[in-house]
Design a protein around this ligand. Sequence first.
Ligand code: AMP
Length: 182
Amino acid sequence: MSAYRDKDPRIHGIQSKIRVVPNFPKPGIMFQDITTLLLDPKAFKDTVDLFVERYKGKNISVVTGIEARGFIFGTPIALEIGAKFVPLRKPNKLPGKVISEEYELEYGRDCLEMHLGAVEPGERALVVDDLIATGGTLCAAMKLLERAGAEVVECACVIELPDLKGRERLNGKPLYVLLESY
Ligand code: AMP
């Protein structure tokens, strides 16, 4: 954890609102449930504010959120920093022409899609999700953005599961997380 995050008194409040559910949705998974964080307006706002404070004024023109929990944090961040929001969705949800990337999950396999033309070449992009586990989801998101010609400035998550070493899969791309869970 960085000194900034260690010192910020809001982090403890955020962490205390995340419910950990053992063996969901499969045996052996410690599910980090952010719906309990959303029930607390102060902790939810603190979460969004911490990201906004980091990314405001950084010339980011697009925030991409990963379905579904990345939408919850990504949209308020986009509005606050004055960027557009682009949803990265599960297959067959977007009605227009898409580009797709398959990836491995901590529990299963999945695919992300993005509308063609939603991101212009040269745009500076932020990728937002609730959590990084193995890093497969963020890798797929970054590949979609890079295929569209965007520059990924950073990936931002509320929670990191460091034991799963997802950070190492990001090919040196910066990752910012508010808290770690073991
Ligand atoms: P990964 O691709 O392995 O980094 O997995 C990250 C994605 O899967 C995120 O969109 C998370 O919402 C979800 N996810 C994976 N593991 C967990 C977990 N233990 N608790 C909650 N969400 C998880």
